[in-house]
Each structure stands twice: as structure tokens, then as C-alpha cells.
Design a protein around this ligand. Structure first.
Ligand code: NAD
Ligand code: DAU
Length: 338
């Protein structure tokens, strides 16, 4: 199979590239615009692999996407490419609409024009909105209504709806996965877990939004990659699969766990102004993918977070380069005087 992985120079996409190269003999083409979140260094161990190729391009540029399909004639497209950070979407929604909605529609148009065996849309549990903190009995299922909170989640929900529309109207053989919060190697340092690890290592304050009671359902990135791989090969066309591993934690618990692993003081924690529209709790019910496809997550949070902290300790040069560049301006804008 020839598989185009859009957004494969980002966090989850790159982990997926490595997962595929390790577990299958398929051709993998990473198609990525290399925004601030894309990093060729992340893919350096894939470069020598004869089954791997990188092409720089933008999913929201029709001519570039059609060129890609004409030249490569892919059998499958897995769309990871997106603007992915909620806080940035609150500051400036427009790019999220262009990449996440228009970009997805152009990929789907290309599938319609050139044909495809499988299109997979990598979506998020954020399309379901949030759950109240005082109802631990509630979980997101595939039947939960879409109810978005941020421009990011609204753009991802729109992309899901377009994917379903193209599947029904033009018979594009599409599937969708909606996953909870990922963590692990190559996670961009703007997100909670890497930001807290790096700040703690640098002796900087750890900015916890609001009271830190918001709950996220953490999944080790390799388990997400395994789920997508399974959906690609065995998932049913037209279906949505929720992906999550019942690892719910408050943000404060996550931050305290990181400090404990690093042997740092909780005095580093600083409560800062809350995120606008901050979702309270995410929690996935993964029964469908477990029973229909036999997927189960392998890594529990307690071990996954240790692996992750260890990865950031072993790969300082990867993140030091990132945080010494444009990231400094981003950090100052988002956190100074917050
Ligand atoms: P990321 O921000 O780390 O990476 C995004 C990648 O997409 C980058 O390599 C970037 O260069 C590329 N990209 C952005 N705009 C592009 C464009 N117009 N054309 C081509 N490439 C472009 O994101 P991530 O955390 O790896 O998330 C990947 C996907 O998974 C996203 O669709 C996101 O919505 C979804 N998702 C993420 C999580 C999570 O916890 N991180 C959970 C569930 C779903
Ligand atoms: O649920 C899946 C989603 O998870 C993905 O669709 C998104 O692409 C991904 O970014 C992630 O969204 P979140 O908003 O949940 O992740 P983030 O790491 O930005 O924040 C996690 C929680 O931590 C959230 O409640 C906000 C809080 N937070 C975050 C940052 C960056 C802080 O308290 N302080 C911070 O500095």
C-alpha cells in the first residue's frame, strides 16, 4: 500500500510514520507544510528508510494537493494535518478554518477526483464539547452530539461533517477516529505535558490554568497510532471510532506527577488566568473500537508519563532548539502578565 500521512512532521503524525515503518512494509509519504509545529528533525530516523519519502506541501493548496495525488497515486490518506492548539485558536481562529476545514475539503476533493482506497480523518474528542466534573458516570460515545467550545474544536467538527458528507454523497471510503489527549515523544512544548516538563527542568514557573481541576483523558501516543493503524486496515467504511484508555487525570495531578518524577518542588506551580471557554472534562468510552476491532491500549498513565519525562531528558537538543526560537515570542504573548 502507498499511504500519504499528512501532518507527519508533527507530534502524532511522526509517531504514526514510525509505527507504520516498524510494523508494515508499506510506502509512507509524509506530506507536511512544516508550520511552527512541523519539524523535519523529528523524522530524521525515518529519512534513510527506503519506504519513506517527505514532500513539503499545504493541504489547503488545491494545486499542490492535486500534484501530490497525480504524482504519487496514493492508496490511502491519513489526515493528521491541522492547526492543533486550542489556545492559538482562541487568539486567531482564521488559520484553523483554512487548514482544518478547507484543507480537509481539498483532500476529500482530491480523493474524489483521483480515487482512493481509504481516507482516514484524525479527529478529536473535543468535537463532543465537555462533560461536567460532578458526573463521573458520563462518557463520550460515538453517538454523543457534537457540541464544540473553541474555534479549534468547531473546525475539527466541521472537518468530520465534511468527511461524512463526502463518504455518503461521493462514496469516498472514509473513516473517522476521535481520540482523547495524547502524550509521549515529540510533543510540541506548547501543550500541557511537555510545557510542564521543560519549565520544571529549566526551573521556571508551571502555569496551571484556573484551579487545575479540569480533567483530561490521557492516551500514550503509540496506543493512538495502533488504533489508527487498525482502523485503516480493519475499520468499516463510514464508521466513527472513539479512542481513549480511561486514564482521566486533573491537570493539577498531572503537573504534580511530573514534579515528583523530576524531584522538583510543588512551589513551582503557579495558578494563572483560566483559558476562555475552558472545557471541564473529557472522557472517552472506547467500547466500540475495543469490541469491534479488538483494540486495547497497552500503556497506563503511570508508566507512560515516566517514559515521556525520560524521553524529554534524553532528547534535550530536540526541544532546546524549539524553545530558543519563535517559541519565546509565543510564550511571552501567552504567559507574561497572565
Ligand atoms: P501538531 O500540531 O503537533 O502537528 C500538526 C502537523 O500538521 C505539523 O507537522 C504541521 O506542520 C502540519 N500542518 C499544519 N498545517 C498544515 C497544512 N495546511 N498542510 C500540511 N501540513 C500542515 O498536531 P498533533 O498534536 O500531532 O495532532 C495531529 C492531529 O491529531 C490533528 O488533526 C489533531 O486535531 C488530532 N488530535 C490531536 C490530539 C492531541 O492530543 N495532540 C488528540 C486527538 C486528536
Ligand atoms: O482532547 C484532544 C485534544 O487534546 C486535541 O484535539 C488537541 O489538539 C490537543 O492540543 C489537546 O487539547 P487540550 O486543550 O486538552 O490540550 P492542552 O495541552 O493545550 O491542555 C491540556 C489541559 O491543560 C487543558 O485543560 C488546559 C491546561 N493547561 C494547558 C497549558 C498549555 C494549563 O493548565 N496550562 C498550560 O500552560
Amino acid at each position: 500500500m502507498k499511504i500519504v500521512v499528512t501532518g507527519g512532521a508533527g507530534f502524532i503524525g511522526a509517531n504514526f510514520v514510525y509505527y507504520e515503518l516498524k510494523n508494515h512494509d508499506d510506502e509512507i509519504i509524509c506530506y507536511d507544510k512544516l508550520t511552527y509545529a512541523g519539524n523535519l528533525e523529528t523524522l530524521k530516523d525515518a529519512e534513510p528508510n527506503k519506504n519513506f519519502k517527505f514532500i513539503r506541501g499545504d493541504i489547503s493548496n488545491r494545486a499542490e494537493v492535486y500534484n501530490l495525488f497525480e504524482a504519487e497515486k496514493p492508496d490511502a490518506v491519513i489526515n493528521f494535518a491541522a492547526e492543533s492548539h486550542v489556545d492559538r485558536s482562541i487568539e486567531d481562529p482564521e488559520l484553523f478554518l483554512r487548514t482544518n476545514i478547507i484543507g480537509t475539503s481539498i483532500l476529500l476533493d482530491a480523493c474524489k477526483k483521483y480515487g482512493i482506497q481509504r481516507y482516514h480523518q484524525v479527529s478529536t474528542d473535543e468535537v463532543y464539547g465537555d462533560l461536567p466534573l460532578d458526573r463521573p458516570d458520563l462518557f463520550f460515545t460515538e453517538k454523543t452530539n457534537l457540541h464544540t467550545s473553541s474555534p479549534y474544536s468547531a473546525s475539527k467538527a466541521s472537518a468530520d461533517l465534511l468527511t461524512q458528507a463526502y463518504c455518503r454523497t461521493y462514496k469516498i471510503p472514509a473513516t473517522i477516529s476521535r481520540c482523547s489527549n495524547n502524550y509521549g515523544p515529540y510533543h510540541f512544548p506548547e501543550k500541557l505535558i511537555p510545557l510542564m516538563i521543560i519549565n520544571a527542568l529549566n526551573g521556571k514557573k508551571l502555569p496551571v490554568y484556573g484551579t487545575g481541576e479540569n480533567v483530561r483523558d490521557w492516551l500514550y501516543v503509540e496506543d493512538h497510532c495502533a488504533a489508527i493503524d487498525l482502523i485503516l486496515r480493519e475499520g468499516k467504511i463510514g464508521e466513527i471510532y472513539n479512542v481513549g484508555g480511561h486514564n482521566e487525570k486533573t491537570n493539577l495531578d498531572v503537573v504534580k506527577t511530573i514534579l515528583k518524577i523530576l524531584g522538583k518542588s510543588e512551589d513551582l506551580i503557579e495558578f494563572v488566568t483560566d483559558r476562555k471557554g475552558h472545557d471541564q472534562r473529557y472522557a472517552i468510552d472506547p467500547t466500540k473500537i475495543e469490541t469491534e476491532l479488538g483494540w486495547t491500549p497497552k500503556t497506563k498513565f503511570d508508566s507512560g508519563i515516566k517514559l515521556t519525562v525520560d524521553w524529554y531528558l534524553q532528547n534535550k537538543s530536540w526541544w532546546e532548539k524549539i524553545i530558543s526560537g519563535e517559541y519565546q515570542n509565543y510564550y511571552a504573548k501567552m504567559y507574561d502578565n497572565r
